[in-house]
Design a protein. Structure first.
Length: 259
C-alpha cells in the first residue's frame, strides 16, 4: 500500500503522508519515505523537498505505537526497523533543503521527523511536542539531541521532560518553527513562502545546507574549514562565475542585480 503522494510545484516537491484515521507513522510507511527521499535526492530538477500531512488535523501524529510495542517484544513488524534512522539521516544529508509543513499534530516521532528537516513551517492550528515521558520512554529518533540544539539546552530539556504540547505561536517564538502560516490554503502558502529559496541555484542551496547542518556538529574551526572548502568549490565553478558576471553587468548598468 502507498502512504505517500508527490506533487510538483515547479522546483518544489511536496510529499504528503496520508494514513487515516490519525496519521500514525508505521515502519512500512517510513520505509516508503526512505525510497521516496532517495529518488528525490538525485532529481536535479527539484530544489526543495516538503513533507506534509494528508489527514485533517495531523502532520504525523507520532510513531505507530503498535509497531513500537511489537519491536519491544521482539516481534516482526512490516517494513524496515532501520527506516526511521535512514529517513531522518536523508532529510539532513540530501542535497535539497527539506521542509516540514506542519498542518496539525506533530508529536513524538512526528516532531522528530520535523526536527531532521532544514526548515519548519507551522499552520495556525499546528502543534508540536515530545510526549514520550508520559508513556514511560524517551524520544528515540533524535529528539533529545536535535531539539536542544535547535531551541537551546534549557528549553529543549523542559519540553522533553514535561512532554507538553507546543502551539504554533510558541513554536515560532522559540525558534522551533520558522514561520506560522494560515490554515486555509496552507500548502499554497508554504509553496509561496519557499519560492524565493527554490529559485536560487541548486548547487548553492546544497552547499549552504551542508555548511549549516554539518558545520553545527563540528568545532568552530573545522566548520570554518568546511565553509571555505565549499565556497572555493562554488566560486571556481562555471555557474557561479557566469551568475556573478551577469550581476556585475546589471550593477554597472544601474539595474537590480540581487547583490
Amino acid at each position: 500500500m502507498t502512504w505517500w503522494s508527490l506533487e510538483r510545484h515547479d522546483k518544489i516537491a511536496v510529499a504528503t503522508f496520508t494514513r487515516p484515521p490519525r496519521n500514525f507513522m508505521s515502519m512500512a510507511a517510513m520505509t516508503e519515505l526512505v525510497a521516496l527521499l532517495e529518488e528525490l535526492a538525485t532529481d536535479e530538477t527539484v530544489a526543495v523537498v516538503v513533507l506534509t500531512g494528508g489527514v485533517d488535523g495531523y502532520f504525523v501524529a507520532h510513531a505507530d505505537l503498535d509497531d513500537l510495542t511489537k519491536l519491544g517484544r521482539g516481534e516482526h513488524v512490516e517494513g524496515d526497523p532501520r527506516s526511521w534512522s535512514r529517513a531522518l539521516a536523508l532529510l539532513e544529508s540530501m542535497p535539497q533543503p527539506t521542509v516540514a509543513a506542519i498542518n496539525g499534530q506533530a508529536h513524538g516521532g512526528g516532531c522528530e521527523i520535523s526536527l531532521a528537516c532544514t526548515l519548519r513551517l507551522v499552520a495556525e492550528s499546528g502543534h508540536m511536542g515530545q510526549p514520550e515521558v508520559v508513556v514511560g520512554i524517551i524520544p528515540g529518533a533524535g529528539g533529545t539531541q536535535r531539539l536542544p540544539r535547535l531551541v537551546g539546552s534549557a528549553k529543549g530539556a523542559e519540553l522533553i521532560l514535561s512532554g507538553r504540547r507546543v502551539e504554533a505561536d510558541e513554536c515560532v517564538a522559540i525558534g522551533l518553527a520558522n514561520a506560522k502560516l494560515p490554515d486555509e490554503g496552507f500548502v499554497r502558502h508554504v509553496v509561496e513562502w519557499l519560492e524565493p529559496i527554490a529559485r536560487q541555484p541548486r548547487s548553492a542551496l546544497a552547499a549552504a545546507k551542508k555548511a549549516v547542518v554539518e558545520g553545527l556538529r563540528l568545532p568552530f574551526i573545522d566548520g570554518m574549514r568546511l565553509e571555505g572548502q565549499l565556497f572555493i568549490e562554488l566560486q571556481t565553478g562555471a555557474e557561479a562565475l557566469a551568475l556573478q558576471d551577469r550581476a556585475l553587468d546589471a550593477y554597472a548598468s544601474g539595474e537590480p542585480s540581487g547583490l
